[in-house]
Design a protein around this ligand. Sequence first.
Ligand SMILES: Cc1cc2nc3c(=O)[nH]c(=O)nc-3n(C[C@H](O)[C@H](O)[C@H](O)COP(=O)(O)OP(=O)(O)OC[C@H]3O[C@@H](n4cnc5c(N)ncnc54)[C@H](O)[C@@H]3O)c2cc1C
Length: 380
Amino acid sequence: MIDFSLSEDLLEIQARARKFAQEEILPIAAEYDRKGTVPPGIVEKAKKAGLLNVTIPREYGGMGYGALQSAIIAEELGAACSGISITILVNGLALTPIQLFGNEEQKEKFLRPVAEGAKLAAFCLTEREAGSDAGSIKTTALPDGDDYVINGVKCFATSGSMAEILVVFALTDPDRGARGASTIVVPANTPGIRVSKVEDKMGQRASNTAELTFDDVRVPQSNLLGKPGRGFPIALQTLDFGRSGVAALSVGVARAALELAIGYAKERQQFGAPIITNQGVSFMLADMGMKVEAARLLTWQAAWMADQGLKATAQSAMAKCFASDTAMQVTTDAVQIFGGVGYMRDHPVEKLMRDAKILQIYEGTNQIQRMVIARQLAKL
Ligand SMILES: Cc1cc2nc3c(=O)[nH]c(=O)nc-3n(C[C@H](O)[C@H](O)[C@H](O)COP(=O)(O)OP(=O)(O)OC[C@H]3O[C@@H](n4cnc5c(N)ncnc54)[C@H](O)[C@@H]3O)c2cc1C
């Protein structure tokens, strides 16, 4: 049986997320986009509203939600401001390796205090020379007595200069390349860690993106998640987990642009009539509407499959790729429908278009998603 209606539980989550997004995020979105900083207190407010660390189990301070519940939240937050929302959403992603691969002691030591205390965590995989090719990271974590000593530079870490906990991917056995990579939890106040750059971005400016330099950073070997050499599979599994979240965030961005464009096209008069009466404009809106609906359906399907325990590698890559391409296309078309004013900073569609671009890049670029999809299709 297929049922496209949302359950009572999902409707409650959607209404709660929408209220929070419209009351706490939307009114400050433009201000923090200009400032290029994370609004103070927003993470604590999200925690209070039950919208932080949503996929972390309740026993460790999260909400214990599944992928579909999480996707519904991400769309609502994304429709208000994807920059502010990514700080809220990526926290759960950064904590996922501890949730999935940490032992009981590590969960008590790292997961619970961060999740319960509404503190920030950062996922530190990317390096300057290792982006799409994450298997070529060079940061090392060499065993020394009971410790690992970490050296290297991690870039583009979301919440990097604000996080209290860093989940770092580094080579514990450099001779084995990607097979020698491991995942290590590193408290951000450990001596030797330096914020070497805070990025000034095109979009999602109300999020923090930082480069972190590790100079002889010493952490106990007991901070290793899972087994040594399993870092790469841990990274891939974590990113797989988060893909429908980026898709849902993209649907939110696209939906916001579509709603603004419809409103403006009905109100803006040229040649003595609303511009929506021109087929050239109304067909653009029709295409935008179709894409938003299709992106949401793909996203919900991928999330639903993950919740059923079904293998959703292809569907989650399709959802991320299609929804973020949709966000880019629909925000660009929304600017077109607004005409000259759409290009100005004081109109929200300009921000939506800048915000949309990164959705095609992070958590695996859309070229990489297409590679994943093609490989899965070739297996059929
Ligand atoms: C705002 C922001 C936040 C981020 N947050 C995080 C974070 O929290 N943690 C983290 O670890 N990383 C994070 N990243 C890093 C992000 O995941 C990488 O930027 C992304 O994976 C792409 O890597 P790259 O930038 O090195 O691009 P590259 O890998 O150098 O790619 C450049 C171009 O080449 C294409 N390309 C590369 N290889 C292939 C191929 N085989 N076939 C076809 N095309 C290819 C890419 O699609 C892209 O278009 C963030 C990045 C940004 C900008």
